[in-house]
Design a binder for this molecule. Structure first.
Ligand code: UDP
Length: 319
């Protein structure tokens, strides 16, 4: 855990999987936290510990409409956005709005309060990568017109906006490029592959493998991801930094692991591959290792075990 700091910090997207994990970590190290969420995809249950903490304040609001926070701040961690490919189809305009207007509002908040600004960017800025693994110097291959573009281009815009505030306003910035994060606190109906497979397996329903399952992802456990972001915040690195686990797995292998670990007997079912679904994705984390001293510590079987336990405690999920 990062040292005690006694800072005053705003977290946008505080009720999300990653936002709420970070809120809890900040509170436990002695910071005062103001969490903002519009609960479009966030969950109140994720903030149950925080809401009982005297140093936590929750603002239920859409940051795209503006952000009202009085007083000086040490940091603004801008994590708000729906992030599942399911949401790219069901709430694309909300994604565009929070990625553009919401990000500008969060940047203005940091600028007027003298705060360091951390932007939660994404491996999606690399699009369908033509180089493998992806290092931060790779400029990406994003389709500006496809189904994923609302999210990918929002994250690219967010990076551009953040770096522009650094140059034009001398804002102290951090940019984290987050690779597939999973863990407890993920919604069962989130639509991403790990919660989908686990909830399907626990209900003994076939796991929905999109395409032939040969596409790869590199899955980072929630605690590792949150620790990486806090180390980045504490550093003085203003260039983008990949935060992800560099061990790559096919989707089919993930399905096999989940099947084995849950004892599901329902097998898998093949469904069509979504448009522009990247074929391969793996972070080069040399920069995070060298500049932050960060290394993920939870491997996929261990992280899945913890996540499966979490979903078991939630009980059966409605269809
Ligand atoms: N996927 C799948 N079945 C599902 C959900 C996702 O096979 O029920 C695949 C998806 O096509 C992609 C990978 O799993 O190749 C990771 O998808 P996810 O939605 O978790 O995130 P992405 O990395 O695509 O943003």
């Amino acid at each position: 855990m990062t040292n005690s700091t006694n800072q005053r910090i705003v977290v946008t997207g505080a009720a999300g999987m990653l936002g709420s994990q970070i809120v809890d970590m900040l509170l436990s190290r002695g910071d005062t936290v103001i969490g903002i969420d519009n609960f479009l995809t966030g969950a109140t249950a994720n903030l149950s510990a925080a809401l009982a903490h005297p140093n936590f304040e929750l603002i239920s609001a859409d940051i795209s409409d503006g952000i009202e926070v009085a007083g000086q701040l040490d940091a603004v961690l801008h994590l708000a956005s729906p992030a599942s490919p399911l949401h790219f189809r069901t709430m694309p305009l909300e994604i565009l709005r929070v990625g553009s207007t919401g990000t500008l509002n969060a940047l203005d908040l940091a600028d007027r309060t003298g705060a360091t600004f951390l932007f939660a960017s994404s491996s999606e800025v690399y699009g369908e990568p033509e180089v493998h693994p992806q290092s931060e110097s790779y400029l990406g291959n994003v389709n500006p017109l496809g189904e994923r573009s609302c999210y990918d281009e929002s994250k690219r815009f967010g990076e551009a906006a953040t770096d522009t505030y650094r140059r034009d306003r001398d804002l102290d910035i951090r940019i984290a490029r987050i690779f597939n994060t999973y863990g407890p606190r993920n919604r069962a109906d989130d639509g991403r592959v790990v919660p989908n497979f686990i909830t399907q397996a626990l209900a003994n329903k076939p796991l929905t493998v999109f395409g032939d399952g040969s596409q790869t992802r590199s899955y980072c456990y929630l605690d590792d991801q949150a620790e990486g972001l806090l180390l980045l915040l504490k550093s003085d690195v203003t260039a983008p930094v990949n935060i992800g686990n560099p061990t790559e797995h096919t989707v089919l292998h993930l399905a096999e692991l989940v099947t084995e670990m849950t004892g599901s007997t329902a097998g898998i079912v093949s469904l069509p591959l979504p448009q522009n679904d990247p074929v391969r994705r793996r972070p080069d984390i040399t920069r995070a290792r060298e500049l932050l001293g960060w290394n993920p510590t939870v491997d996929l079987p261990e992280g899945l075990e913890r996540t499966i336990d979490y979903f078991r405690t939630l009980g059966p999920v409605a269809d």
